[in-house]
Design a binder for this molecule. Structure first.
Ligand code: NZQ
Ligand code: ZN
Length: 387
């Protein structure tokens, strides 16, 4: 196990009716609040009214930024930064999925910076200050509710890049499983795939002697596999939604990578696809991840054998290591297909004409991944396998 530091200051407020705690949670952070939300789901579900009533209960002034896109755009971040400056905002309150929360994080940092918030995504500037933010999460997927990361799309340049800082961890996140009852089937599926992919990025590692981290990861995977199917079958199954929601948070809140060298190549590749084609992140991952697995598993076959046996209950009797590993990878693909995720880029009408550009961008700072270091040709091959 390698040395590590664990830091997570986000207060999680989890369970039924917890939106009723919002006023009390926002109150210490000032009197001028920017409410950030997406394309209107929170209005349709009635959550918007509940949030406003909580905020009016503590007498704060509310400004709004709506219309945050899935794959949130830099142009929306700019709008938010402008409102924060003009209206002297004290606190940012994203209410929605990962896209809304990510946009809010970039706005929080951008509001305290003289240049363009995009600089945090290109590495031109580091975040040195940020407005505080707190979230109300409505979709189990990204883990953004309890981490310091955000991913922003620069649509004009067709680039999608991340930023990360201790300063943009949410001060609190409200997670009420009932708020996720209305998530449509396809977004539930995308969320399941994203959560599982976050675990894969940290589990398929070359680090040895980490039994606790491995079992944490396998537990998250098994919980998601079981409860994901239940949530798809019945969107109002409270226990299924609750377990999925908590799994999403644990998959990317800093618990799994303790002392582990993680990979993240597949996320890098997917971000290049969604930068150009604006597809849902989870759909891109469902297509690419099993192909990455097939491409790299021989680097450390025993890790894939363990995955197959422990997570998918593959019976190892009479099989070679390669056969067991491949059976686990096939079980992953079969599960994604069973829940309704796409298996090829072609299903999303994406052809092969941009493969070079995507592969080039994915390795712009050098080879990616650690389980197997991927050069441009490797990335291109994985994308070709995904067509
Ligand atoms: O915009 P609204 O109307 O709210 O609708 C959203 C959106 O259309 C809808 N939705 C959300 N909650 C709902 C709901 N519809 C009905 N009922 C509800 N309760 O779902 C759609 C997708 O929402 P979005 O926020 O885009 O989904 P997700 O949470 O999957 O976020 C995806 C973004 O997060 C990034 C992805 O790249 C992508 O840009 N990621 C962020 C990470 C992070 N910050 O740590 C890590 C991830 O790996 C990921 O890259
Ligand atoms: Zn992801």
């Amino acid at each position: 196990m390698n040395n590590f530091e664990l830091y997570n200051p986000t207060k999680l407020v989890f369970g039924k009716g917890t939106v009723g705690r919002l006023g009390e949670l926002v109150k210490p952070f000032g009197t001028r609040v920017l409410l950030v939300y997406g394309g209107g789901s929170i209005k349709r579900t009635g959550l918007y009214d509940q949030v406003l009533s909580q905020l009016s209960g503590i007498g704060v002034t509310v400004r709004e930024l709506s219309g945050i896109e899935p794959n949130p755009r830099l142009s929306s971040v700019h709008k938010g930064v402008e409102i924060c400056r003009k209206e002297n905002i004290d606190f940012i309150l994203p209410v929605g999925g990962g896209s809304v929360i990510d946009a809010a994080k970039a706005i929080a940092a951008g509001a305290k910076y003289d240049g363009d918030a995009w600089d945090f995504c290109t590495g031109k500037a580091q975040i040195e200050d940020a407005l505080p933010l707190g979230t109300v999460l409505t979709l189990a997927a990204t883990g953004s509710e309890m981490n310091g990361n955000a991913v922003i799309s620069n649509w004009e340049e067709k680039l999608k890049r991340g930023l990360g800082s201790k300063l943009v961890y949410p001060k609190f996140s409200i997670l009420d499983p009932e708020l996720t009852f209305t998530v449509p089937r396809d977004q539930t599926v995308n969320g399941i795939v994203d959560i599982m992919s976050h675990v894969f990025e940290q589990y398929f590692s070359r680090t040895t002697d980490i039994p606790l981290q491995e079992r944490f990861a396998e537990s998250v995977l098994q919980t998601v596999i079981e409860n994901g199917e239940k949530a798809i079958e019945n969107g109002s199954d409270y226990e299924a939604r609750a377990n999925l929601l908590l799994s999403g948070t644990y998959a990317l809140n800093g618990t799994l990578p303790n002392g582990v060298v993680t990979d993240w190549a597949t996320h890098g590749i997917e971000h290049e696809v969604s930068a150009i084609y604006d597809i849902p992140h989870g759909a891109g991952l469902a297509i690419i991840f099993p192909n990455w697995m097939k491409y790299v598993y021989q680097e450390r076959v025993e890790r894939f054998v363990q995955y197959a046996v422990r997570v998918w209950n593959v019976d190892p009797a009479g099989k070679s290591d390669d056969e067991i590993a491949l059976a686990g990878i096939q079980a992953t693909r079969d599960y994604f297909t069973r829940i309704g995720a796409p298996a090829t880029l072609g299903e999303l009408n994406i052809g092969g004409d941009q493969l070079d550009r995507m592969a080039e961008e994915a390795v712009r700072y050098g080879a990616i991944g650690s389980f197997k270091k991927l050069e441009k040709a490797d990335v291109k091959r994985i994308l070709e396998l995904s067509l």
